[in-house]
Design a protein around this ligand. Structure first.
Ligand SMILES: Cc1cc2nc3c(=O)[nH]c(=O)nc-3n(C[C@H](O)[C@H](O)[C@H](O)COP(=O)(O)OP(=O)(O)OC[C@H]3O[C@@H](n4cnc5c(N)ncnc54)[C@H](O)[C@@H]3O)c2cc1C
Length: 485
C-alpha cells in the first residue's frame, strides 16, 4: 500500500527487534495501515525492557523509570498505558564507604556523613571547578575531566568515580566525555546557580515522582505489540534475522531463522534496532574491511541481574540504591514492591533486584550462577544487613548481553564508519540503543522509532536528532541544584 500522506511508493517494512524502538516504529506504521513485520530473536517482546515473572514475583532487569520531557510523547504514553499506571515517589540513596547518602546529594547530608573537613574540601574544589569553568574554553575529553569540570575533584572522587568505574569496568579516563554530556545536557556551573535560584518546579516534580506500569515495564512493549498485531503488522518471536541482501534501492531480501527452519522475506524498508555491530556483518554484498574492523572494536557492557525473592515485608524504603563500594558485587539495587505492589505475590513478600555490571569475558561473568547467588546473598545479609538468610526463597540469575554501548575514546569514529556504510543502502534505517550505538533510555528509543516511522511516511524529520549531546538528564541537574541549595 501507499504510505498515507507519505512517499509515492509502496511500503513493505521489516523491523528487526521487538524492543521499544522497533515496536514504536511498528506501532506508528500499523496505525497508518502500512504492512509490516517485526522479527525478534527472543521468545518475548521488550528487549532490555523485559519484566521477568517467577513464582508470582515480577521484576525488570533493573528498575525502569519512564521519563521524558517531550510532552507529546508523554501524552501518547499515558494514552497507550491508560488504566495500567501507578505513581512512584522517588527516594534514592547512595551507599558509599559504609554510609548512606541521599540521592540527589544534599550539602547537609554530606556534612553529616563526611564530616566538616571533607565537606569544606568538597565545596572548595567545587568552587575551583566553577572558576575554571568560567575562564576556560577547553572541552573535556574523558569522563574524569567532564565530571571534575562540573563537580570539582573531591565530589567526583566521592560520588562519581567508583560507581562509574563499576558500571564501565575501566578507569573514567578511558570513557568519552560524550557519555556525561549526553546525559547532563551540557550544564554549566552558571546554569546550575541560575537553576538553584529560579527553581523550575515543573522539572523537579516530574523527576521526583514518575509513573510505572503496574505489572512491570515490559507491559509498554506488550501493549504496542498487541496493537501492531490487531493492525497491519505481525510480530514473529524466536525469529532472529541472519542475512540481509541488498538488491538495490528499497529492495531487500531477508533470511530469518524460525523453529521450523529458515524463511525469507522481501522488504522495501528495513528498520534495524539490533546491535549495529551485528547488522553490518549480516549485510550482502559484504561490508568493507574498515567497517568490519569498526564493528569488531566497538564494545558493549553486559549485565548480570541477581534477584533475591524474599519472605519479608520490605527491605529498603528506596526506589534505587546506588552501591559504590567495590567489595559489593552489585552496583545498584531496587525493590520492585516499592514501585508497584503488584510486583510480588502478596504483602508478606518482597524481592531485591541487584545489578552486576560486567563484560562477558571478565571474572564476574565467569562466576557460576551458584557463586553469584552466594555472593549477592552474603552482601545483602552480612555487609548491608538488609536480610536474614532464612528469609531467602530463591535467587534468580539473568545474564544479558549488549546491555550498554561503551563510549570509549574513539567510539565516535567507529560509529561514523558504520553509519557511512549503512547510508549507502537506500531503505535501510537504524534506530534504538544498540541499533544506533547510542546510550538511549527507553523513551529515546520510542521517540526515535516514532520519528523514523513518520519520516517513512513522508515527513521531513531527522530521527537521529533524538538523545544527542544537548539532550536532558535530570539526575545530574538535580544533583547540581541540590548542591547549590
Ligand atoms: C539495567 C537497565 C536499566 C535501565 N533503566 C532504564 C530506565 O530506568 N529508564 C529508561 O527509560 N531506560 C532504561 N534502560 C534502557 C532501556 O532498557 C533501553 O533504552 C531500551 O530497552 C532500548 O530499546 P531498543 O528497542 O532501542 O533496544 P533493545 O531493548 O535492546 O531491543 C533490541 C531488540 O533486538 C532484538 N535482536 C537482537 N538481535 C536480533 C536479531 N539478530 N534478530 C532479531 N532481533 C534481534 C533483541 O532481542 C531486542 O529485543 C535501562 C537498561 C538497563 C540494561
Amino acid at each position: 500500500m501507499k504510505g498515507g500522506d507519505g512517499p509515492d511508493r509502496d511500503l513493505q517494512v521489516t523491523i528487526l527487534g521487538a524492543g521499544p524502538a522497533g515496536l514504536a516504529a511498528g506501532h506508528y506504521l500499523a496505525s497508518r495501515d502500512v504492512p509490516l513485520s517485526v522479527l525478534e530473536l527472543n521468545d518475548y517482546v521488550g528487549g532490555l525492557c523485559l519484566t521477568k515473572e517467577v513464582n508470582g514475583f515480577k521484576f525488570d532487569l533493573g528498575g525502569h523509570r519512564w521519563f521524558t520531557k517531550n510532552k507529546e510523547l508523554h501524552e501518547w504514553f499515558l494514552k497507550l498505558m491508560e488504566g495500567e499506571l501507578v505513581t512512584v515517589q522517588r527516594t534514592s540513596r547512595i551507599y558509599f564507604d559504609g554510609k548512606y547518602y541521599e540521592y540527589p546529594i544534599s550539602i547537609k547530608n554530606v556534612l553529616t556523613n563526611a564530616g566538616l573537613f571533607t565537606s569544606v574540601y568538597a565545596v572548595l574544589s567545587y568552587c575551583r571547578a566553577a572558576a575554571r569553568d568560567l575562564f576556560s574554553d577547553k572541552e573535556p575529553v574523558n569522563l574524569r575531566e567532564a565530571f571534575v569540570s562540573q563537580f570539582g575533584e573531591k565530589l567526583f572522587d566521592m560520588f562519581f568515580r567508583r560507581y562509574t568505574e563499576k558500571v564501565w569496568g575501566c578507569p573514567c579516563e578511558e570513557i568519552s566525555s560524550d557519555w556525561v554530556s549526553q546525559r547532563s545536557k551540557g550544564l554549566s556551573i552558571l546554569t546550575t546557580i541560575k537553576d538553584a535560584i529560579i527553581k523550575s518546579r515543573d522539572v523537579v516534580s516530574l523527576v521526583d515522582e514518575f509513573v510505572y506500569p503496574r505489572d512491570g515495564y515490559q507491559r509498554i512493549c506488550e501493549v504496542m505489540a498487541r496493537d501492531i498485531e490487531s493492525g497491519s503488522g505481525t510480530v514473529h518471536l524466536s525469529s532472529p534475522v541472519k542475512r540481509i541482501v541488498y538488491n538495490g534501492p528499497h529492495d531487500f531480501t531477508l533470511t530469518y531463522h524460525t523453529p521450523d527452519g529458515d524463511r525469507e522475506q522481501h522488504a522495501t524498508d528495513v528498520i534495524s534496532t539490533i546491535p549495529a555491530t551485528h547488522l553490518v556483518r549480516m549485510m550482502e554484498p559484504k561490508c568493507p574491511q574498515a567497517v568490519t574492523d569498526a564493528a569488531n572494536s566497538l564494545r558493549f557492557r553486559d549485565l548480570i541481574t541477581a534477584t533475591v525473592l524474599l519472605k519479608k515485608e520490605q527491605v529498603t524504603p528506596d526506589t534505587w540504591l546506588y552501591v559504590h563500594d567495590e567489595d559489593l558485587l552489585f552496583a545498584r539495587l531496587h525493590e520492585p514492591k516499592n514501585w508497584s505492589a503488584a510486583m510480588v505475590p502478596g504483602p508478606e513478600y518482597t524481592s531485591v533486584v541487584c545489578e552486576c555490571f560486567c563484560s562477558k569475558d571478565d571474572d564476574l561473568w565467569q562466576l557460576s550462577d551458584e557463586q553469584i547467588k552466594e555472593r549477592v546473598v552474603a552482601d545483602l545479609a552480612d555487609k548491608l544487613e538488609f536480610i536474614d538468610r532464612s528469609e531467602v526463597l530463591e535467587v534468580c540469575i539473568i545474564r544479558t548481553l549488549y546491555a550498554y554501548p561503551v563510549y570509549d575514546l574513539d567510539y565516535h569514529a567507529k560509529v561514523t564508519e558504520i553509519y557511512g556504510f549503512v547510508n549507502q543502502h537506500e531503505g535501510l534505517h537504524l534506530v534504538g540503543r544498540g541499533g544506533t550505538f547510542r546510550y538511549n533510555n527507553a523513551d529515546h528509543s520510542v521517540e526515535m522509532g516514532q520519528l523514523l516511522a513518520k519520516r517513512l511516511l513522508g515527513e521531513d524529520i531527522d530521527h537521529m536528532s533524538v538523545n544527542t549531546a544537548q539532550e536532558y538528564h535530570e539526575e545530574i541537574r538535580n544533583v547540581l541544584r541540590k548542591l547549590s541549595d
